[in-house]
Design a protein around this ligand. Structure first.
Ligand code: ADP
Ligand code: MG
Length: 240
């Protein structure tokens, strides 16, 4: 579904991503772990072109998205993204937040957009909050709405950048539960997280990033149970 070939990203003279190669298959759940500053967010942001790569190529569903001719907006519609900060529109209700992009960007009929939004509210367990405003929700509820909002665009892949890092500990589980359900339903997902238990349980593949490269990758039992590289071992010894 996604092929990343020798991806580089610099900010000015600062080389952040130093040649990333990766293939992500349909239905796969790829979890990215690694220390702060290793380039995890930059990598995710390059995948959906929130950052313009400075070198290499990304193809998505068979088409190069890094070439000059490519329409960025087409790709973004197919890639949902969820951030650490929920970025809900404060003056819109939950239902309006979820319906906005389908109405404006996809030009969906209001009745169709509402039907999908209500189904998604069921999925994330917040059907009773349809008319609430973001300020009336807990952090965990806000993040579940942010996930529903991303899903409303019917993306082919979901990118998550530390979706539980801003949450109080007691709210982490409810968000991970929604993500787990998505994974079980076959969604293709790329997830940056520090939740190692979740990574191990839900990830098909774990990537360990450090210094702008993928140092090590493998299935969860390989990376967590039998890490090969000293840097991976060192990182895991600090977080597990
Ligand atoms: P991570 O998500 O793994 O913590 P990031 O991708 O956010 O890492 O950042 C990697 C490095 O890139 C950091 O040193 C950060 O300061 C730098 N960086 C990220 N975005 C920018 C930017 N827009 N301009 C300059 N430097 C940046
Ligand atoms: Mg980050």
């Amino acid at each position: 579904m996604i092929a990343v070939n020798n991806l580089h990203k610099s900010f000015g003279k600062l080389d952040i991503l130093k040649g990333i190669d990766l293939q992500i298959h349909k239905g796969e759940v790829v979890v990215v772990i690694g220390p702060s500053g290793s380039g995890k967010s930059t990598f995710l942001r390059c995948l959906n072109l929130l950052e313009q790569p400075t070198g290499g190529e990304i193809t998505f569903e068979g088409e190069s998205i890094t070439g000059k001719k490519h329409d960025i907006n087409v790709t973004r519609e197919k890639m949902g993204m969820v951030f650490q900060q929920f970025n809900l529109f404060p003056h819109k209700t939950v239902l309006q937040n979820i319906m906005l992009a389908p109405l404006k960007v996809k030009k969906q009929q209001a009745s169709e957009a509402e039907k999908i939004a209500l189904e998604l509210l069921q999925t994330v367990g917040l059907a009773d909050k349809r008319d609430a405003y973001p300020a009336q929700l807990s952090g965990g509820q806000k993040q579940r709405i942010a996930i529903a909002r991303a899903l409303a665009m019917q993306p082919h892949v979901m990118l998550f950048d530390e979706p539980t890092s801003a949450l109080d500990p007691e709210m982490v589980g409810e968000v991970l539960e929604v993500m787990k359900k998505l994974a079980e339903d076959g969604m293709t997902m790329v997830i940056v997280t520090h939740e190692m238990g979740f990574a191990r349980e839900v990830g098909d593949r774990i990537l360990f990033m450090d210094g702008g490269v993928i140092v090590e990758e493998g299935n969860p039992s390989q990376v967590f149970g039998n890490p090969k590289h000293a840097r991976t071992k060192d990182f895991l010894s600090k977080v597990l």
